[in-house]
Each structure stands twice: as C-alpha cells, then as structure tokens.
Design a protein around this ligand. Structure first.
Ligand code: NAP
Length: 482
C-alpha cells in the first residue's frame, strides 16, 4: 500500500470536507510497474454526486462575485502548493500511472504553469466598456461565471489535465465537481489534500469518484450544471455531447488524436529523430499528442529509420521509480493488448520491424519496448486508430500534396508535426493540415501560455492561453441608457 501525508484520506471531498464513505464501497488502485494494489479509494453514490453539485451551487456567487484579487490568490496558492510538493505529488503520480518519476515531476511543474498563467492574466476577465456608444447607450461587457462545472479527466496526465480545467474555472469563479480517472485517483486526492489547506470557499472544489457512467449521467442531467469539460476518448465525449443536448449545455471536449509526424527530405534528420523520440515516448506513448503515424519522404526513409533505431535501442524500460528509466509500463492490460494487436496487425500486413521485439517475445508484464516498424499503410490498425503506446509506425511519401492528404486522412484533428527546412512549404503544409496544433521543426505539445485543442472529432474549445481563460465565462452585455 502506498503511504503519503497527502493520502491520509482516500474518499471524496464535498463542501470543504472529506466524505465519510459510509457505504464502504471502494475500488482498487494498482501500481502498473508491479501489479500490486496500492490503495482502495471510495466509490461514491449518486446521492453524493448530487450533494457535490449542491455544494458547488452554494459556492457560486453571482450578485456579489468573488473579486479578481481573491481568485488570483486562489490560483497563486495552488501553484505554490504544487511547486512545494512536486516530488511527493510526482511520486504518487509515478506509482499509479507508471511514468518515470522525473517525468511525473515535470508534469507537476506543467500543471503549476496553468495556475500561474491564469493568475497572471486574470485581469483579462475584468469588465470593460466599449469605446463606441451605439444606440445612445454606454455598453459594458461582463464576464460572468457560467456556473457549476463538471470536470472529467483521463489517467494519462493525472495532474496536468485537471490543472488546465480547474485553473480556468477558478479564474472565472466557477465551482467544480471533479472526477478523476479510476486508474489514477490518488494524484487527484493529493491535489485536494493540498487545496484543503488553502483558503478556498467551501463547495468551490468537490471531488467525486466511482462509477463513470452514473457520474456522467448525473452531471449531464442535473439542471444546476450548465457546463461539462471533458478530456478523454472520442467515444465517451460523443456520448456526453448527446446526453447533455436536451438541456443545451456547454461542452468543452478534448478528445482523441491520430497525430501525423511528417519528415521531408530537406529536414534536419537528427533533430527530427530527437524530437520524435521526445514526443513519442513521453508517458510511454500514452498521450493524445504523441505521433501516431510517421510519414517519411521516401528519399530519406532508410537514413531516418537508422537514426531512430539507434536512439530507440539506447532507451531503458522499467519501473518509473528506478533511476535511469526512460519508459515505464503501460497503464493497464487493455492498453498493452492494444499496442500488441497493432504491432501484430502491421507485421501481418507487410510492415517490417526496424527496432523492438516480435509480438511473441513481449512477455507477460505491462512493459512494452520502444518499437519501430516501416512500411505502414492505411489498411493497418496503427494507421487508423490511436495506438496509445510506444509503437512508431513509419509510412513513406513522395509529394507534399500526397502527405497533406494522408495526414488529414483521419476523423481526428488534434496535434501534427512537420519537419522541413523550407519556410514556405511549412506554411503551406500547416495551412493544409486540419489540426489544432502543428509543430514546425518541433515535436513539442501544449503549453500553458498558448491555446490548445482539437479540430474535427478531436474536440470543441481550447485550453491554455487567453482562449482557455475564457472557456468558463459567459459574456454578458449591459447597455446603459441613462
Ligand atoms: P476515457 O475512457 O474516455 O476516460 C476518460 C474519463 O472519462 C475517465 O475519468 C473515465 O472514468 C471517464 N468516463 C468514462 N466513461 C464515462 C461516462 N460514460 N461518462 C462520464 N465519464 C466517463 O479515456 P481514457 O482511456 O482514460 O483516456 C485516453 C483518451 O483520452 C485518448 O483517446 C486520448 O487521446 C484522450 N486524451 C485527449 C487529450 C486532449 O487534450 N485532447 C488529452 C489527454 C487524453 P473511469 O476512469 O472511471 O472509466
């Protein structure tokens, strides 16, 4: 069992208090590196979810809103608490998710960055009067909190994903009902332990855990929850979209990706290979912005494949708490089996193994070695579906038009990358790719300072940047006649 001063309670948190879990229902939390159960967290009832919404409603202030200075202080306090507890929150994150401890600490820093950004830019949410005086009136625009929000997050960034949503919700003055993924509730509990010590109003942040379908239904149906912000699979996002339609709720959706990573023949191949490694193997390949299809110009495919294999063969796979480990285990058996199926399918349909192991040599644990295959095409699962694991599938291309069409050959439109030395070509390709994020000569993903989100089936809305800061407010216009 995991021991931590940030995990003294393993229950929900409603109206400024830990819940009692009178029913005694729990679910197991595993360490994917060892297979051990490390905690049992409370599985909450429908009644408790409703109580969390009521608590949020009582914390919402409309006629006398929380001043901007108060909201800024909340954000700064959470940022400081995360920074001060980076090692411990990172350790908990590593033990339930599997990603290496240093990487997990980097995620805590990343999360703190969202609270920091919102604190620094919260003034943008202040009311302003427009310079024109149409219709003989003075027009003031206010940014009102939309209300109690449901925030649902996945396991792949247990602290990063909630930070994006919660920072903007608190900046807006919106109380939240928060649901972590069942694989990674402990990092969220640690965050609530930190917030419990801060001066947040009771009911401003509420933690619920348990049966996802019940929680999703209650939040979609509840008339006092006007907005849901969800990060996760497109399948669940679609369901929430449908279920919240009768009340015309606002939905912010950060969904799946199928990122193309395009390497032209004029690219700096070493830089492209280094960036692909950093991009692809972060979180063991379990991120929505990981390259999922690597398109390499046919003239440089062999050279690029060699550079990649060289780097991949130097990587260490193991328990993320051990020093020197680059890649931890996959989060669960389902995830492992999916990557294995994609590898088998690609090899069975004619791709060749450039680095990694044959499926039969993979063993029983959740450790999947970094793997590179060449000769991938659109008939293969790894081209069509998000692999969510350390498999690099390389496909060949010969022309710019062909590769833009291939990149867009997916229902998703989250992250994409292009490596070329030609700025004009980079502009043309970025314009042609229907993706919310296009890295040019970089494999970097999102940052707190810039908006990030998907086109097409990858989502609705943006997180980060000023666009993200405005996600949880509604503009209200007040023309004054005299
Ligand atoms: P998931 O199965 O959709 O789960 C995400 C969250 O939704 C979890 O908290 C889950 O709870 C909950 N959930 C499941 N069914 C629900 C329902 N019917 N109603 C309400 N909530 C429900 O996704 P995942 O497998 O954890 O995450 C991987 C996916 O997230 C990938 O597709 C990835 O691309 C995407 N993602 C996107 C972004 C982005 O920024 N666009 C970022 C990260 C990840 P339980 O854990 O209890 O089932």
């Amino acid at each position: 069992m995991i021991e931590s001063p940030l995990l003294e309670k393993l229950t929900g948190y409603i109206n400024g208090r830990w819940t009692s879990n009178e029913q005694g229902n729990t679910f197991d939390v595993y360490n994917p590196a060892t297979g051990e159960v490390i905690a049992q967290a409370a599985s909450m009832t429908e009644d408790e979810v409703k109580k969390a919404v009521e608590a949020g409603k009582s914390a919402l202030r409309l006629t006398s809103p929380y001043p901007i200075e108060t909201r800024r202080k909340w954000l700064e306090d959470i940022r400081d608490a995360l920074k001060a507890n980076k090692e411990e929150v990172g350790r908990i994150l590593c033990m339930e998710h599997g990603k290496p401890w240093p990487e997990a600490q980097g995620e805590v820093d990343y999360a703190a960055g969202f609270f920091d950004y919102c604190a620094k830019h919260i003034q943008a949410l202040d009311a302003h009067t427009i310079p024109e005086k149409p219709k003989d009136c003075t027009w003031t625009v206010h940014y009102r909190p939309i209300g109690v929000t449901g925030l649902i997050v996945p396991w792949n960034f247990p602290i990063g994903m909630i930070a994006k949503k919660l920072s903007a919700a608190l900046a807006a003055g919106c109380p939240s009902v928060i649901k972590p993924a069942s694989e990674t509730p402990l990092t969220m509990i640690a965050l609530f332990s930190l917030m419990d010590k801060l001066d947040l109003p009771d009911g401003m942040v509420n933690l619920i855990m348990g049966k996802a379908s019940m929680i999703g239904r209650v939040l979609c149906e509840h008339p006092d929850v006007p907005m849901l912000s969800f990060t996760g699979s497109t399948e669940v996002g679609r369901q929430l979209y449908v279920d919240s339609a009768p009340q015309v709720k606002k939905l912010a959706l950060e969904l799946g990706g199928n990122a193309p990573f395009i390497v032209f023949d004029d690219a700096d191949l070493d830089a492209a290979a280094d960036n692909l490694i950093a991009n692809k193997f972060r979180g063991g390949g379990q991120t929505c912005v990981c390259a999922n299809r690597v398109f390499v110009h046919e003239k440089v495919a062999e050279a690029f494949g060699e550079k990649l294999a060289e780097r991949v063969n130097r990587m260490t796979v193991g328990d993320g708490m051990k020093e020197g480990v680059d890649i931890g285990p996959l989060v669960n058996k389902q995830g492992f089996d999916k990557v294995k199926r994609h590898l088998e399918d690609a090899l069975g349909k004619g791709a060749t193994l450039v680095a990694g192991k044959q499926p039969a040599e993979l063993g029983d644990g959740l450790f999947f070695p970094p793997t590179v295959v060449l000769g991938v095409n659109r008939e293969m699962c790894c081209y069509q579906e998000e692999t969510f694991g350390p498999l690099v599938p390389m496909a060949l291309f010969s022309s710019e038009e062909e590769v833009i069409a291939a990149g867009n050959d997916t229902e998703f439109g989250l992250a994409s990358y292009v490596f070329t030395a030609d700025p004009e070509r980079a502009q043309r390709v970025a314009g042609g790719l229907r993706f919310g994020h296009v890295g040019w000569n970089t494999g970097t993903g999102p940052t707190p300072e810039a908006p990030f989100g998907g086109m097409k089936a990858s989502g609705i809305g943006r997180e980060g940047g000023l666009e993200g800061l405005f996600e949880f407010v509604e503009a209200q216009t007040v023309p004054r006649g005299f």
